[in-house]
Design a protein around this ligand. Structure first.
Ligand code: NFE
Ligand code: MG
Length: 576
């Protein structure tokens, strides 16, 4: 049988992603990843005041709500060599770190878990045995048989009323589900708890940035004034009460991650050890680095280092230069864009172009023209090579750099699961790396908070540096890059400023690296490479595709910079 399996849209992600899988027998021979919608925020900011760009580009995405704003202000600060106060750097670290914790927990429970957890399978669970299981793996407060019996009762109510709601479209009962009923019930209970928990976590952004999603930022620092004199805040929010609330939220994040998320990941992974051998991807990994200890301008001080790992060789790290024209380039050979220099050209983001050129079939269509153009995502490459970015890349980079905590987390997890390090290069390895990264970052939050409070107590309440705020002080022409590690991976915004206005702006985004189409040399991107070789048990219920695609945590709004969800279709699997 030679068939094309089409999954469009892939659900439980952000944005519009289509996967086409060319089958050979029951095996995926070639996979094609396509972003199917576009808006073009890079063109919207042309000609604007660079100080307001962050507010536009932050709207690239409502999931990683913060990160494009941070990359946007950093790009301008880099271009102008604009230093920000240490308190602003600490507040940004706290906000970025909590974005990781929020995104990763939500991804695990609400976007990815149901690839592994059979919701309806949990109805057969014995609440008492579920309680014993929960007590054996973690220290979470909620482990009583009554708690699990309540969850099961609620679920039964939904099922009997025929109102599964958010759980309506699963492949329940698929033979690929391997968890015992009790593990299913435990995970479903934590799915519901994580929904309530994430609301509190989002509050941290609101305390520092006024709101969430899309907290307020500013070029030159942070727009939150600090005052510890009660009653004298004069319109500012960050006072004793706010800081105490931040401390409390950090504690809640810490507890949920260590008591629930980490043990659940290991428990679920232990039933799916074969998924540590599938979905390996391109084998190259890249990080831009983030969480400065001594300022953005000192990458040596970043908690997460910068670099490239090639062909899984952890003994050697290549440096990455984000300003070098020959290193990071975007290609459009298989994307619906045109370049003045032609379809085979690669452009560094400073010279990047955003010219739409749709050449695909008229919708509704059966199949994409994968020989030619098939995606709204461009194809980023580092020195011509595809790179996987994201939590796995970061954990490998930390591990290869000898970070003690990363080594302990990775080694102890592999030991518990009785797996070699090579197991990380896989679908489940990617998912486990995301969990371990969250454990690492959630432990850093307290330190940044303590440093911030110590600064304030010593009298340093400065969060904004006004010295370069006036465009009259800027050079006639300047360019810079705002780099960061977004939850889904390396993110860069490149800006060219001329006469105080944006002359060019390009965002190259984590999901573009991972989900982009083939390049002119026909090299697959990470999603495409990871899917090739998968056996599908039932092409009508391609849960295997979902598992591997979800392990990357796709965000297609980021990848093509769109925002308008029209999603009427729930899931359309075509087998042709
Ligand atoms: Ni819209 Fe994003 C993150 C960015 S994309 S989620 O994290 O940047 O991959
Ligand atoms: Mg872009």
């Amino acid at each position: 049988m030679s068939a094309r399996v089409v999954v469009d849209p892939i659900t439980r992600i952000e944005g519009h992603l289509r996967i086409e899988a060319q089958m050979n027998g029951g095996i995926i021979e070639q996979a094609y990843s396509s972003g199917t919608s576009v808006r073009g925020l890079e063109t919207i900011v042309q000609g604007r005041d660079p100080r307001e760009v962050w507010a536009f580009v932050q709207r690239i995405c409502g999931v990683c709500t913060l990160v494009h704003g941070i990359a946007g202000v950093r790009a301008v600060e880099d271009a102008l060599d604009y230093k920000i106060p240490p308190n602003a750097e600490l507040i940004r670290n706290l906000m970025i770190g909590s974005q990781y914790v929020h995104d990763h927990v939500m991804h695990f429970y609400h976007l990815h878990a149901l690839d592994w957890v059979d919701l309806l399978g949990s109805l057969q669970a014995d609440p008492k045995k579920t309680s014993e299981l929960a007590q054996s793996i973690g220290t979470y407060a909620k482990t009583s048989p009554g708690y699990f019996a309540d969850v099961q009762k609620r679920l039964k109510g939904f099922v009997e009323a025929g109102q599964l709601g958010i759980f309506a479209n699963g492949y329940w009962g698929h033979p690929a589900y391997k968890l015992p009923p009790e593990a299913n019930l435990m995970a479903v209970a934590h799915y519901l708890d994580a929904l309530a928990w994430q609301r509190n976590v989002a509050e941290l952004h609101a305390i520092f940035g006024g709101k969430n999603p899309h907290p307020n930022l500013c070029v030159g620092g942070m727009p939150c004034a600090i005052s510890l004199e009660s009653g004298k805040q004069a319109g500012t929010a960050l006072d004793v009460v706010g800081l105490e609330r931040v401390r409390n939220i950090i504690e809640q994040m810490h507890d949920f991650v260590h008591q629930v998320y980490v043990p659940d990941t290991i428990a679920i992974a232990s039933f799916y050890k074969d998924w540590f051998q599938k979905g390996e991807g391109v084998g190259n990994f890249m990080t831009y680095g983030d969480f400065p200890a001594k300022g953005y301008g000192d990458p040596e001080s970043y908690l997460i280092p910068t670099g490239v790992i090639l062909n899984r060789d952890l003994s050697h790290i290549e440096p990455v230069d984000l300003d070098a024209e020959a290193e990071i380039q975007e290609f459009v050979a298989h994307a619906w864009y045109d370049y003045k220099a032609g379809k085979d050209a690669g452009l560094h983001p400073y010279q990047g172009e955003t010219t739409f050129a749709y050449t695909g079939p008229e919708p509704p269509y059966q199949q994409l023209d994968v020989e030619n153009q098939y995606s709204w995502l461009k194809t980023p490459r580092w020195k011509g090579k595809p790179m996987e970015v994201g939590p796995l890349a970061r954990m490998l980079m930390l591990y290869a750099n000898g970070n003690e905590q990363a080594k302990t987390l990775v080694d102890s997890t592999l030991q518990q699961l009785d797996l070699p390090i090579e197991a990380l290069y896989s679908t489940m390895g990617r998912t486990a790396a995301r969990t371990l990264e969250t454990a690492l970052i959630v432990d850093e939050l307290q330190g940044w908070y303590d440093n911030l409070v110590a600064n304030i107590k010593s009298g340093d309440v400065k969060t904004f540096n006004e010295t370069l705020w006036d465009p009259e002080t800027w050079p006639k022409k300047a360019q810079g890059v705002g780099r960061m590690e977004a939850p889904r991976g390396a993110l860069g915004h490149w800006i060219v400023i001329e006469d105080g206005k944006v002359a060019n702006y390009q965002a190259v985004v984590p999901s573009t690296w991972n989900a982009g189409p083939r390049d002119a040399q026909e090299q697959e991107g990470p999603y495409e490479a990871a899917l090739a070789g998968h056996a599908l048990h039932d092409p009508q219920q391609p849960i295997e595709i979902l598992r591997t695609v979800h392990s990357f945590d796709p965000c297609i709004a980021c990848a093509v910079h769109i925002s308008d969800p029209d999603g009427e279709e729930v899931l359309n699997v075509q087998v042709q």
